[in-house]
Design a protein around this ligand. Structure first.
Ligand SMILES: [Zn+2]
Length: 256
């Protein structure tokens, strides 16, 4: 019996994977309990994620209490329509999801990105089917330098690999430093990000008439998504949808 080069390299690859499992056994992304494979969650943590389920408001992507037709729009979206066309998020931004987003942002941990991108691609399936281009929400340079990576660009890159829609991380730029949005009211958030984004003049022809899916980790009040959508539309985009990993869903203030 002789070993071909391919089978020897396959054996080497499998052995290396086994060695890395021994060195780094697969752990739950959230609680670090032992799990079957890398980049996954244990059943307990998985059950604590509030995945957003239909029926949804077609504009905001928030769950509605009952189905009342094909394309339903919440009262909040009618009263104060968002600048973007449609948003979809995989889960509510609460307990378990907050921990996962925090890990993705600050722990320099990329291990969940492929799983999160699968959830997002599923939640935003309809949006991706119409999309020409994925554009991540850009980070300010200083924040990018501190954190070393942009979590939205990381997610956009993984969604691109899964959906086949190309990603352009340089089309939309942050041109003004903004204070952190944490702790600001909806109105303060809107003012904080107004005029913070731009599309370089030279890139505008490529954007003309295109359907863009903006990628962000969390939609809180929608101020950042709206500011980005306004900039992209003024620069020529035909449609701007938003795909997020999580979104705040507040039944007391539906149009967040
Ligand atoms: Zn767990």
């Amino acid at each position: 019996m002789s070993w071909s080069a391919a089978s020897v390299s396959d054996i080497a690859r499998v052995s290396l994977a086994r060695i890395s499992d021994v060195l780094l056994p697969p752990l739950c992304l959230s609680c670090r309990a032992a799990v079957e494979g890398h980049g996954g969650l244990c059943p307990t943590c998985w059950s604590r994620i509030d995945f957003i389920q239909a029926p949804l408001c077609d504009r905001l992507g928030i769950p509605l209490p009952y189905a009342a037709g094909d394309r339903m729009v919440s009262a909040g979206a009618l009263a104060d329509p968002p600048v973007y066309d449609r948003a979809r998020a995989a889960a509510r931004y609460d307990g378990e999801m907050r921990k996962l987003v925090h890990g993705l942002k600050y722990r320099d941990s990329h291990e969940g990105a492929a799983l999160f991108a699968r959830w997002m691609a599923q939640a935003a399936g309809e949006l991706l089917a119409d999309a020409d281009l994925l554009v991540p929400v850009p980070l300010a340079r200083l924040r990018l330098w501190r954190r070393r990576f942009n979590q939205s660009a990381l997610l956009a890159d993984r969604i691109a690999r899964q959906s086949g829609v190309r990603v352009d991380a340089f089309l939309l730029q942050r041109v003004r430093r903004t204070a952190s949005q944490v702790g600001l009211s909806a109105e303060q958030r809107r003012r904080n990000v107004a005029g913070a984004f731009a599309v370089p003049e030279a890139r505008r022809p490529e954007l003309a008439g295109r359907n863009v899916v903006l990628v962000d980790d969390v939609i809180t009040t929608g101020a950042t998504a709206n500011a980005c959508a306004r900039t992209l539309k003024r620069a020529g985009a035909a449609r701007v949808d938003v795909a997020a990993l999580a979104r705040v869903v507040n039944p007391l203030a539906p149009n967040i």
